[in-house]
Design a protein around this ligand. Structure first.
Ligand code: NDP
Ligand code: X2W
Length: 376
């Protein structure tokens, strides 16, 4: 007689948000995961089908306020944190505190007993927010405008760009999933810079994103009337993803570098497209870049380099964990243009988070992420 293995007990903090809903959509098909806790803020107390009728009939727990959670007895194995940045760090600090590896600071953890015995020593945290992505505390303060509440964990966290940091992610207890724009930019540029196929100077990342990237909170700037039938840049020369992209690219290249990064909001629900302009290194051609990227990603389940002449588009990745990369020669000598697409709510956040969780639990990386994109 075979016994079925015990399921991974998962919590989704911020389950009523866009990335939270996407975690639910994907995880309910995961053969080894059971969602035992879901939290919300304004929506606390409601059932998930009230908030999201598309998630009806799945037998999920109701949404709770974080402060009302009876942590003891939950015996969580993994916590997905899909909360706004700055909110995540305090809660994660509290959760990891009681594992015996945490860093005690009674001034900051006001009610550590709330978490006492709730969490097993082996609990793992997958954070979707920006709180643990930047290594340097001062850089975090500069770009996010506040002091970090858990600087030790900031140093400990593993940057969750799966294809680059797979081995570190497997052994991590806290993974900081990259932002959606950095995911596309880094998957495209890190292998090229590491192999010195492109120059470090003059990299331009022109990004377009769907409106769900801004989250579900009501913001004037995201009203239908503000967004439909037009497009506009935002965060020009000041977007928080610039230092995140530079941190990782500098590591790949081995020297500090800067990028010009400009995101644009376009009237679609989800999806992201980056057109990236680079200067080729000596003796390199666009074909060399394509061949190199194809070699790097040939065994990857989710990152694909399209054949010459094929144009990646957001409709090719919608609802999937795919990232597609196209490489084109510029007519300006010595330059190339790369086009990268992914779904901000899947590979750009929740899908990548689950990919990382699979690694952290020694499971096949593709579990619950295999579905093809929704097309047309
Ligand atoms: N959207 C995207 O494409 C991406 C988002 N991310 C990051 O993921 C995280 C979640 O984003 P997203 O899902 O878009 O955001 P949403 O605004 O859609 O959802 C935020 C969630 O957090 C809850 N929440 C808000 N404030 C608090 C609080 N003070 N305490 C406890 N819970 C709170 C909300 O509850 P309620 O609804 O009840 O108010 C909701 O469940 C963010 O850090 C974001 O930057 C990363 C990559 C891509
Ligand atoms: C349309 C829109 O606003 N998109 C968000 C990107 C979402 C994301 O990845 O943000 P975090 O770094 O906070 O996780 C933005 O540009 O800030």
């Amino acid at each position: 007689m075979t016994t079925s293995p015990k399921k991974i007990r998962a919590a989704i903090l911020g389950a009523s948000g866009y990335t939270g809903a996407e975690l639910i959509r994907l995880l309910v098909r995961h053969p080894h995961v059971e969602i035992v806790l879901m939290t919300a803020d304004r929506k606390a107390g409601q059932s998930i089908e009230t908030v999201y009728p598309h998630l009806a009939g799945l037998g999920l727990p109701d949404l709770m306020a974080v402060g009302d959670v009876e942590w003891p007895g939950l015996e969580l194995d993994v916590v997905f944190c899909a909360l706004p940045h700055a909110t995540s760090q305090e809660i994660i600090k509290g959760i990891l505190h009681e594992t015996g590896h945490g860093f005690v600071d009674e001034m900051i953890i006001e009610r550590p007993a709330d978490y006492a015995n709730a969490i097993k020593g082996s609990v793992k945290v997958v954070d979707l927010s920006a709180d643990f992505r930047l290594r340097d505390t001062d850089v975090y303060t500069k770009w996010y405008g506040e002091y970090h509440q858990a600087p030790e964990l900031q140093k400990e966290a593993v940057y969750g760009l799966t294809e680059q940091y797979r081995e570190d992610i497997k052994n991590a207890r806290l993974v900081a999933c990259p932002g959606c724009f950095p995911t596309a930019a880094l998957l495209t540029l890190m292998p090229l810079l590491a192999a010195q196929k492109i120059k470090k100077d003059g990299i331009i990342i022109d990004a377009k994103t769907g409106v769900s990237g801004a989250g579900r909170s009501l913001r004037e700037a995201n009203l239908f009337t503000e967004v439909s039938e037009g497009m506009h840049p935002y965060g020009v020369a000041s977007h928080r993803h610039s230092p995140e992209i530079e941190q990782e690219l500098s590591k790949s290249f081995g020297e500090d570098l800067y990028v010009t990064f400009t995101p644009h909001l376009v009237p679609m629900n989800r999806g992201e497209l980056e057109t990236i302009y680079v200067n080729l290194a000596e003796d390199q051609t666009a074909d060399d870049l394509r061949n190199h990227l194809q070699d790097c990603y040939q065994d990857e389940p989710f990152v694909h380099v399209v054949e010459e002449g094929v144009m990646p588009a957001t409709r090719h990745i919608r609802g999937s964990n795919l990232c597609l990369i196209g490489v084109f020669a510029d007519r300006v000598p010595g330059r190339a243009i790369l086009v990268t697409v992914l779904d901000n709510l899947v590979k750009g956040s929740s899908g990548q988070a689950i990919q990382n969780m699979n690694l952290m639990f020694d499971l096949p990386e593709t579990l619950s992420l295999e579905q093809a994109p929704l097309f047309p």
